[in-house]
Design a protein around this ligand. Structure first.
Ligand code: PSV
Ligand code: MN
Length: 397
Protein backbone atom coordinates (compact mmCIF):
# COMPACT_ATOMS: atom_id res chain seq x y z
CA UNK A 1 0.00 0.00 0.00
CA UNK A 2 1.20 3.50 -0.70
CA UNK A 3 0.52 6.59 1.42
CA UNK A 4 -1.32 9.61 -0.04
CA UNK A 5 1.99 11.43 -0.42
CA UNK A 6 3.52 8.47 -2.26
CA UNK A 7 0.47 8.23 -4.48
CA UNK A 8 0.87 11.89 -5.39
CA UNK A 9 4.56 11.36 -6.19
CA UNK A 10 3.75 8.37 -8.40
CA UNK A 11 1.05 10.25 -10.26
CA UNK A 12 3.37 13.20 -10.86
CA UNK A 13 6.09 10.88 -12.13
CA UNK A 14 3.70 9.14 -14.52
CA UNK A 15 2.34 12.44 -15.82
CA UNK A 16 5.77 13.21 -17.26
CA UNK A 17 7.00 9.74 -18.23
CA UNK A 18 7.01 8.89 -21.93
CA UNK A 19 8.81 6.19 -23.85
CA UNK A 20 9.22 5.65 -27.57
CA UNK A 21 8.50 2.32 -29.24
CA UNK A 22 10.53 0.95 -32.19
CA UNK A 23 8.81 0.28 -35.51
CA UNK A 24 11.00 -2.83 -35.87
CA UNK A 25 9.63 -4.25 -32.63
CA UNK A 26 6.34 -5.03 -34.40
CA UNK A 27 7.85 -6.82 -37.37
CA UNK A 28 8.89 -10.46 -37.74
CA UNK A 29 12.39 -10.97 -36.41
CA UNK A 30 14.53 -13.90 -35.45
CA UNK A 31 18.01 -15.02 -34.63
CA UNK A 32 20.77 -16.05 -37.03
CA UNK A 33 19.40 -19.58 -36.68
CA UNK A 34 15.91 -18.88 -37.87
CA UNK A 35 12.81 -16.75 -37.79
CA UNK A 36 9.50 -17.81 -36.26
CA UNK A 37 6.93 -15.86 -38.21
CA UNK A 38 3.91 -14.60 -36.24
CA UNK A 39 0.53 -14.31 -37.96
CA UNK A 40 -0.19 -10.89 -36.36
CA UNK A 41 3.23 -9.35 -37.04
CA UNK A 42 3.38 -6.10 -38.97
CA UNK A 43 4.98 -6.06 -42.38
CA UNK A 44 3.96 -2.67 -43.79
CA UNK A 45 4.64 0.74 -42.33
CA UNK A 46 0.89 1.23 -41.90
CA UNK A 47 0.73 -1.96 -39.80
CA UNK A 48 3.64 -0.81 -37.64
CA UNK A 49 1.93 2.53 -37.03
CA UNK A 50 -1.31 0.74 -36.26
CA UNK A 51 0.40 -1.45 -33.63
CA UNK A 52 2.25 1.50 -32.13
CA UNK A 53 -1.07 3.38 -32.01
CA UNK A 54 -2.58 0.51 -30.01
CA UNK A 55 0.27 0.55 -27.51
CA UNK A 56 -0.15 4.29 -27.00
CA UNK A 57 -3.95 4.13 -26.80
CA UNK A 58 -3.68 1.48 -24.08
CA UNK A 59 -0.84 2.98 -22.02
CA UNK A 60 -1.03 6.72 -22.76
CA UNK A 61 2.75 6.75 -22.45
CA UNK A 62 4.15 5.87 -25.87
CA UNK A 63 3.28 8.74 -28.21
CA UNK A 64 6.16 8.32 -30.68
CA UNK A 65 7.57 5.55 -32.84
CA UNK A 66 11.23 5.25 -33.82
CA UNK A 67 11.77 4.75 -37.53
CA UNK A 68 14.60 2.89 -39.24
CA UNK A 69 15.16 4.60 -42.58
CA UNK A 70 15.77 1.66 -44.92
CA UNK A 71 13.12 -0.51 -43.28
CA UNK A 72 10.45 2.18 -43.01
CA UNK A 73 11.27 4.90 -45.55
CA UNK A 74 12.95 2.99 -48.40
CA UNK A 75 12.39 5.96 -50.74
CA UNK A 76 13.93 8.41 -48.31
CA UNK A 77 12.43 11.85 -47.98
CA UNK A 78 9.77 10.99 -50.59
CA UNK A 79 8.13 8.72 -47.99
CA UNK A 80 7.69 11.58 -45.52
CA UNK A 81 4.08 12.50 -46.55
CA UNK A 82 3.04 8.86 -46.06
CA UNK A 83 4.61 8.79 -42.59
CA UNK A 84 2.85 12.03 -41.72
CA UNK A 85 -0.51 10.65 -42.88
CA UNK A 86 -0.02 7.44 -40.89
CA UNK A 87 0.97 9.39 -37.80
CA UNK A 88 -2.25 11.42 -38.05
CA UNK A 89 -4.36 8.34 -38.68
CA UNK A 90 -2.97 6.23 -35.83
CA UNK A 91 -2.33 8.93 -33.22
CA UNK A 92 1.43 8.41 -32.82
CA UNK A 93 4.11 10.72 -34.15
CA UNK A 94 7.39 9.83 -35.85
CA UNK A 95 10.15 9.77 -33.25
CA UNK A 96 13.87 9.24 -33.61
CA UNK A 97 15.24 8.63 -37.08
CA UNK A 98 17.70 5.74 -37.40
CA UNK A 99 19.87 5.64 -40.53
CA UNK A 100 20.90 2.18 -41.66
CA UNK A 101 24.53 1.85 -42.69
CA UNK A 102 24.90 -1.79 -41.78
CA UNK A 103 22.81 -4.03 -44.00
CA UNK A 104 24.01 -3.28 -47.53
CA UNK A 105 26.76 -5.39 -49.11
CA UNK A 106 29.03 -2.35 -49.42
CA UNK A 107 29.31 -2.19 -45.64
CA UNK A 108 31.02 -5.55 -45.25
CA UNK A 109 34.15 -3.77 -43.98
CA UNK A 110 32.37 -0.86 -42.35
CA UNK A 111 30.53 2.35 -43.15
CA UNK A 112 32.04 5.59 -41.81
CA UNK A 113 35.06 3.54 -40.73
CA UNK A 114 35.52 1.77 -44.06
CA UNK A 115 39.01 2.15 -45.55
CA UNK A 116 37.40 2.88 -48.94
CA UNK A 117 36.60 6.62 -49.19
CA UNK A 118 33.79 5.95 -51.69
CA UNK A 119 31.98 3.72 -49.19
CA UNK A 120 32.50 6.24 -46.40
CA UNK A 121 30.99 8.87 -48.70
CA UNK A 122 28.03 6.61 -49.46
CA UNK A 123 27.35 6.05 -45.75
CA UNK A 124 27.68 9.76 -45.06
CA UNK A 125 25.22 10.57 -47.86
CA UNK A 126 22.66 8.18 -46.37
CA UNK A 127 23.06 9.74 -42.93
CA UNK A 128 22.67 13.23 -44.41
CA UNK A 129 19.49 12.06 -46.17
CA UNK A 130 18.31 10.81 -42.78
CA UNK A 131 18.91 14.28 -41.33
CA UNK A 132 16.69 15.66 -44.11
CA UNK A 133 14.00 13.11 -43.25
CA UNK A 134 14.22 14.01 -39.56
CA UNK A 135 13.92 17.72 -40.36
CA UNK A 136 10.94 17.15 -42.66
CA UNK A 137 9.17 15.05 -40.02
CA UNK A 138 10.00 17.44 -37.19
CA UNK A 139 11.89 14.63 -35.43
CA UNK A 140 14.37 15.93 -32.94
CA UNK A 141 16.73 12.98 -32.68
CA UNK A 142 18.98 11.39 -35.25
CA UNK A 143 19.97 8.09 -33.65
CA UNK A 144 23.23 6.62 -34.91
CA UNK A 145 24.41 3.06 -34.45
CA UNK A 146 27.31 1.58 -36.41
CA UNK A 147 28.03 -2.10 -36.88
CA UNK A 148 31.59 -1.11 -37.90
CA UNK A 149 34.52 -3.08 -36.62
CA UNK A 150 36.76 -5.99 -37.49
CA UNK A 151 37.00 -9.67 -36.63
CA UNK A 152 40.77 -10.22 -36.46
CA UNK A 153 43.74 -8.32 -35.03
CA UNK A 154 45.79 -6.44 -37.57
CA UNK A 155 43.12 -6.48 -40.28
CA UNK A 156 42.10 -2.83 -39.79
CA UNK A 157 43.70 0.29 -38.40
CA UNK A 158 41.75 1.06 -35.25
CA UNK A 159 43.39 4.49 -35.01
CA UNK A 160 42.78 5.65 -38.57
CA UNK A 161 39.17 4.57 -38.36
CA UNK A 162 38.68 6.84 -35.32
CA UNK A 163 39.75 9.76 -37.51
CA UNK A 164 37.29 8.82 -40.26
CA UNK A 165 34.45 8.59 -37.76
CA UNK A 166 35.35 11.95 -36.23
CA UNK A 167 35.46 13.68 -39.60
CA UNK A 168 32.13 12.27 -40.78
CA UNK A 169 30.26 12.91 -37.53
CA UNK A 170 31.45 16.52 -37.58
CA UNK A 171 30.08 16.87 -41.10
CA UNK A 172 26.71 15.36 -40.07
CA UNK A 173 26.57 17.67 -37.06
CA UNK A 174 26.94 20.66 -39.37
CA UNK A 175 23.67 19.68 -41.08
CA UNK A 176 21.54 19.39 -37.92
CA UNK A 177 18.79 21.94 -37.40
CA UNK A 178 19.06 24.13 -34.30
CA UNK A 179 16.74 22.01 -32.13
CA UNK A 180 18.02 18.68 -33.38
CA UNK A 181 20.33 16.24 -31.64
CA UNK A 182 22.66 13.50 -32.76
CA UNK A 183 22.63 10.43 -30.50
CA UNK A 184 25.74 8.24 -30.64
CA UNK A 185 25.13 4.63 -29.59
CA UNK A 186 27.86 2.22 -28.53
CA UNK A 187 28.07 -1.56 -28.45
CA UNK A 188 31.02 -3.71 -27.35
CA UNK A 189 30.66 -6.52 -29.89
CA UNK A 190 28.37 -8.06 -32.52
CA UNK A 191 28.47 -8.14 -35.43
CA UNK A 192 32.21 -7.45 -35.15
CA UNK A 193 34.03 -9.75 -32.76
CA UNK A 194 37.55 -8.39 -32.43
CA UNK A 195 37.06 -4.63 -32.35
CA UNK A 196 33.99 -2.44 -32.66
CA UNK A 197 34.70 1.16 -33.67
CA UNK A 198 32.35 2.65 -31.06
CA UNK A 199 32.59 0.00 -28.38
CA UNK A 200 31.79 1.79 -25.14
CA UNK A 201 30.47 4.98 -23.55
CA UNK A 202 33.93 6.59 -23.47
CA UNK A 203 34.37 6.23 -27.21
CA UNK A 204 30.82 7.44 -27.85
CA UNK A 205 31.37 10.40 -25.53
CA UNK A 206 34.63 11.45 -27.20
CA UNK A 207 33.15 11.15 -30.69
CA UNK A 208 30.04 13.07 -29.65
CA UNK A 209 32.20 15.81 -28.12
CA UNK A 210 34.29 15.98 -31.29
CA UNK A 211 31.14 16.15 -33.44
CA UNK A 212 29.68 19.23 -31.75
CA UNK A 213 27.42 20.56 -29.01
CA UNK A 214 24.24 18.89 -30.27
CA UNK A 215 25.73 15.42 -30.09
CA UNK A 216 25.12 13.24 -27.03
CA UNK A 217 25.43 9.59 -26.02
CA UNK A 218 22.76 6.89 -26.30
CA UNK A 219 22.87 4.05 -23.78
CA UNK A 220 21.38 0.78 -25.03
CA UNK A 221 21.00 -1.30 -21.86
CA UNK A 222 21.84 -4.50 -23.78
CA UNK A 223 25.15 -3.13 -25.05
CA UNK A 224 27.45 -3.80 -22.10
CA UNK A 225 29.71 -6.53 -20.89
CA UNK A 226 28.14 -8.81 -18.32
CA UNK A 227 27.90 -7.36 -14.82
CA UNK A 228 28.93 -3.87 -15.96
CA UNK A 229 27.56 -1.17 -13.67
CA UNK A 230 25.30 0.69 -16.10
CA UNK A 231 23.96 3.19 -13.56
CA UNK A 232 27.50 4.35 -12.92
CA UNK A 233 27.90 5.07 -16.63
CA UNK A 234 24.59 6.94 -16.47
CA UNK A 235 25.80 8.97 -13.48
CA UNK A 236 28.95 10.00 -15.35
CA UNK A 237 27.05 10.92 -18.51
CA UNK A 238 24.59 12.96 -16.48
CA UNK A 239 27.42 14.79 -14.78
CA UNK A 240 29.01 15.53 -18.14
CA UNK A 241 25.61 16.62 -19.55
CA UNK A 242 26.11 14.02 -22.26
CA UNK A 243 23.27 11.57 -21.63
CA UNK A 244 20.97 11.82 -24.64
CA UNK A 245 18.75 8.79 -24.31
CA UNK A 246 18.25 5.09 -23.80
CA UNK A 247 17.45 2.05 -25.82
CA UNK A 248 15.70 -0.11 -23.28
CA UNK A 249 15.75 -3.89 -23.25
CA UNK A 250 16.97 -6.61 -20.93
CA UNK A 251 19.42 -9.42 -21.37
CA UNK A 252 20.85 -12.46 -19.70
CA UNK A 253 23.98 -12.96 -21.81
CA UNK A 254 24.65 -10.48 -24.61
CA UNK A 255 22.39 -8.21 -26.68
CA UNK A 256 19.46 -10.55 -26.10
CA UNK A 257 16.64 -8.05 -26.77
CA UNK A 258 14.58 -9.43 -23.90
CA UNK A 259 11.72 -7.48 -22.37
CA UNK A 260 12.80 -4.60 -20.13
CA UNK A 261 13.01 -5.67 -16.49
CA UNK A 262 12.32 -9.32 -17.25
CA UNK A 263 15.74 -10.44 -15.96
CA UNK A 264 16.93 -7.61 -13.72
CA UNK A 265 14.30 -5.01 -12.84
CA UNK A 266 16.52 -3.67 -10.02
CA UNK A 267 19.09 -2.58 -12.62
CA UNK A 268 16.51 -0.50 -14.48
CA UNK A 269 15.27 0.97 -11.20
CA UNK A 270 18.84 1.96 -10.29
CA UNK A 271 19.26 3.67 -13.67
CA UNK A 272 16.05 5.65 -13.17
CA UNK A 273 17.15 6.45 -9.64
CA UNK A 274 20.31 8.18 -10.93
CA UNK A 275 18.22 10.37 -13.22
CA UNK A 276 15.50 11.13 -10.68
CA UNK A 277 18.04 12.03 -7.99
CA UNK A 278 19.73 14.54 -10.30
CA UNK A 279 16.34 15.97 -11.30
CA UNK A 280 15.38 16.45 -7.64
CA UNK A 281 18.71 18.12 -6.90
CA UNK A 282 18.35 20.46 -9.89
CA UNK A 283 14.58 20.93 -9.33
CA UNK A 284 14.00 20.50 -13.05
CA UNK A 285 13.48 17.58 -15.42
CA UNK A 286 16.54 16.23 -17.25
CA UNK A 287 15.90 16.00 -20.96
CA UNK A 288 16.47 12.34 -21.80
CA UNK A 289 14.84 10.32 -24.57
CA UNK A 290 13.53 7.00 -23.25
CA UNK A 291 13.21 4.57 -26.12
CA UNK A 292 12.60 0.84 -26.35
CA UNK A 293 14.81 -1.26 -28.60
CA UNK A 294 13.44 -4.80 -28.45
CA UNK A 295 12.44 -7.37 -31.04
CA UNK A 296 10.53 -10.22 -29.51
CA UNK A 297 11.11 -13.44 -31.37
CA UNK A 298 8.73 -15.67 -29.44
CA UNK A 299 6.39 -13.41 -27.44
CA UNK A 300 3.46 -11.68 -29.14
CA UNK A 301 4.78 -8.35 -30.30
CA UNK A 302 2.08 -5.87 -29.32
CA UNK A 303 1.54 -7.69 -26.02
CA UNK A 304 5.26 -7.57 -25.23
CA UNK A 305 5.44 -3.88 -26.10
CA UNK A 306 2.50 -3.05 -23.81
CA UNK A 307 4.12 -5.14 -21.09
CA UNK A 308 7.38 -3.20 -21.60
CA UNK A 309 5.79 0.24 -21.38
CA UNK A 310 3.92 -0.79 -18.20
CA UNK A 311 7.15 -2.17 -16.69
CA UNK A 312 9.00 1.05 -17.49
CA UNK A 313 6.22 3.04 -15.81
CA UNK A 314 6.36 0.83 -12.71
CA UNK A 315 10.12 1.05 -12.36
CA UNK A 316 10.17 4.79 -12.97
CA UNK A 317 7.42 5.26 -10.37
CA UNK A 318 9.42 3.21 -7.85
CA UNK A 319 12.51 5.35 -8.49
CA UNK A 320 10.40 8.47 -7.91
CA UNK A 321 9.56 7.12 -4.44
CA UNK A 322 13.14 7.14 -3.18
CA UNK A 323 13.38 9.63 -0.32
CA UNK A 324 16.32 11.54 -1.81
CA UNK A 325 16.94 13.84 1.14
CA UNK A 326 16.96 11.02 3.64
CA UNK A 327 19.16 8.92 1.38
CA UNK A 328 21.72 11.74 1.03
CA UNK A 329 21.80 12.15 4.82
CA UNK A 330 22.31 8.44 5.38
CA UNK A 331 25.04 8.35 2.75
CA UNK A 332 26.85 11.30 4.33
CA UNK A 333 26.72 9.60 7.72
CA UNK A 334 27.82 6.28 6.17
CA UNK A 335 24.80 4.50 7.67
CA UNK A 336 25.21 1.77 5.11
CA UNK A 337 22.43 -0.66 5.86
CA UNK A 338 19.88 2.12 6.38
CA UNK A 339 20.95 3.81 3.13
CA UNK A 340 20.64 0.57 1.22
CA UNK A 341 17.26 -0.15 2.81
CA UNK A 342 16.09 3.35 1.91
CA UNK A 343 16.78 2.53 -1.75
CA UNK A 344 15.45 -1.01 -1.56
CA UNK A 345 12.33 0.11 0.28
CA UNK A 346 11.28 2.18 -2.73
CA UNK A 347 12.07 -0.69 -5.08
CA UNK A 348 9.93 -3.11 -3.12
CA UNK A 349 6.95 -0.76 -2.77
CA UNK A 350 3.99 -2.07 -4.73
CA UNK A 351 3.21 0.87 -6.99
CA UNK A 352 0.71 -1.01 -9.11
CA UNK A 353 -2.49 0.02 -7.24
CA UNK A 354 -1.51 3.71 -7.50
CA UNK A 355 -0.70 3.27 -11.20
CA UNK A 356 -4.09 1.65 -11.79
CA UNK A 357 -5.75 4.65 -10.16
CA UNK A 358 -3.63 7.03 -12.27
CA UNK A 359 -4.76 5.20 -15.40
CA UNK A 360 -8.40 5.42 -14.35
CA UNK A 361 -8.00 9.15 -13.73
CA UNK A 362 -6.73 9.54 -17.31
CA UNK A 363 -9.56 7.51 -18.81
CA UNK A 364 -7.15 4.68 -19.64
CA UNK A 365 -7.67 0.98 -19.06
CA UNK A 366 -6.52 0.03 -15.55
CA UNK A 367 -4.88 -3.11 -16.89
CA UNK A 368 -3.59 -2.38 -20.42
CA UNK A 369 -2.62 -6.00 -21.12
CA UNK A 370 -6.06 -7.29 -20.16
CA UNK A 371 -7.66 -4.51 -22.20
CA UNK A 372 -5.55 -5.55 -25.19
CA UNK A 373 -6.74 -9.15 -24.86
CA UNK A 374 -10.36 -8.04 -24.46
CA UNK A 375 -10.15 -5.74 -27.49
CA UNK A 376 -9.40 -8.72 -29.74
CA UNK A 377 -6.90 -6.53 -31.65
CA UNK A 378 -4.18 -9.17 -31.93
CA UNK A 379 -6.61 -11.86 -33.16
CA UNK A 380 -8.06 -9.42 -35.67
CA UNK A 381 -4.58 -8.58 -36.95
CA UNK A 382 -3.70 -12.27 -37.11
CA UNK A 383 -6.75 -12.82 -39.33
CA UNK A 384 -6.03 -9.80 -41.53
CA UNK A 385 -2.26 -10.26 -41.78
CA UNK A 386 -2.05 -14.03 -41.36
CA UNK A 387 -2.12 -15.00 -45.00
CA UNK A 388 0.74 -12.64 -45.88
CA UNK A 389 2.74 -13.81 -42.89
CA UNK A 390 2.09 -17.45 -43.74
CA UNK A 391 3.37 -16.64 -47.23
CA UNK A 392 6.51 -15.36 -45.57
CA UNK A 393 6.88 -18.69 -43.75
CA UNK A 394 6.61 -20.49 -47.08
CA UNK A 395 9.25 -18.21 -48.60
CA UNK A 396 11.48 -18.69 -45.61
CA UNK A 397 11.14 -22.46 -45.38
C1 PSV B 1 21.96 -2.70 -32.62
O1 PSV B 1 22.07 -3.85 -31.85
C2 PSV B 1 20.77 -1.84 -32.18
O2 PSV B 1 20.74 -1.74 -30.79
C3 PSV B 1 20.77 -0.48 -32.84
O3 PSV B 1 20.15 0.47 -32.03
C4 PSV B 1 19.98 -0.72 -34.08
O4 PSV B 1 19.48 0.46 -34.67
C5 PSV B 1 18.86 -1.61 -33.52
O5 PSV B 1 19.55 -2.46 -32.61
C6 PSV B 1 18.09 -2.38 -34.54
O6 PSV B 1 18.93 -3.25 -35.27
MN1 MN C 1 19.93 -0.02 -29.79
Amino acid sequence: MTTDAQRETIWKALDSFRTEVPSWGFANTGTRFGKFVQPAAATTLEEKFSDAGQVHALTGAAPTVALHVLWDLPNGVRDVPEVQALARKHGVAAGSINPNVFQDQEYKHGSLGNPDPAIRARALAHILDSVKIARALGSRDLSLWFADGSNYPGTQSIRRRIGWFEEALQEVHGHLGSGQRMLVEYKPFEPAFYHTDIADWGMALLLARAAGPQAVVLVDTGHHYLSQNIEQIVAWLLREKMLGGFHFNDRRYADDDLTLGSIDPYQVFRIFHEIVSLEREASKPYDVAYMIDQSHNLKGKVEAMVQTVCTAQELYAKAALVDQERLARLQDECRLVEAEECLRGAFWTDVRPAIREWRRSKGLAQDPLKALTESGYVERMARERGQRNRGAIATYA
